[in-house]
Design a protein around this ligand. Sequence first.
Ligand code: GUN
Length: 283
Amino acid sequence: MMANLLDGKVMSQEIEEGLKVRVAALKEQGVEVGLTVILVGDDPASQTYVGNKEKACQRLGIASRTLRMPADTTQEALEAAIMEANADPSVHGILVQLPLPRHLDEAHALALILPEKDVDGFHDVNTGRLCRGQDCVVACTPKGALYMLKQAGIPLEGKEAVVVGRSNIVGKPMALLLLQENATVTVCHSRTKDLAEHTRRADILVAAIGKPRFITADMVKEGAAVVDVGINRVDGKLCGDVDFEPVSQKASYITPVPGGVGKMTIAMLMDNTVAAAEKAVLA
Ligand code: GUN
């Protein structure tokens, strides 16, 4: 049987409708929501992602500013830009697009962003709070992936969840979120032995590997919910980390690429930005 589609396009549109109402309510109070994006260098994928974030801000009436800095930007110049945005009360969210050019110290730069303006949820304070199950800004991609599972009513408590990938941006926070939902979580990675033995146990399988069509049907349990975080370009076409057609014959739920988690990442960034503005108003 064909799996049910977890449709990121539909779900993100619903989220945006709710956000428009919240943005309008802030406007009524005289607050224009502001997001500053810092983009260093000219990585084509990053340019596309930042363009999509700018478009989402436009749709919602959020004032977005993108600081495009050259590839040879110094650490000092990057940090000065972050500090300026920190000090600007019209900026509620700050996002430094990753990856940064290799000569820059990413961890140091991210640690400078005020945790309450860290709409990516990458600051040590936010990752630490997530780890402890405390209220925090949650990274957009795992937050969006969890939203899709919960919105579809997929049970998580007591279920076997397997996350393939251990990045700071997706794999680790995804595992923590699933743990918070009382799933039994396994994190697999490039050194995992017998990967398929793990993935075949998964009721919930999250693929965040970065290799096109890596998860094949023989690695998936019948009836599993499969979340594909991958965005890969093969012969000019986008595809995920999951071999979509055959896996969708076996899974009960699956996210497409494009039109899946990627759309949710943007929606969650907008949600984090609006929430940061709402908290600033109350502070
Ligand atoms: N690069 C790839 N994904 C992301 C993301 O979610 N946030 C930022 N800042 N950079 C990224």
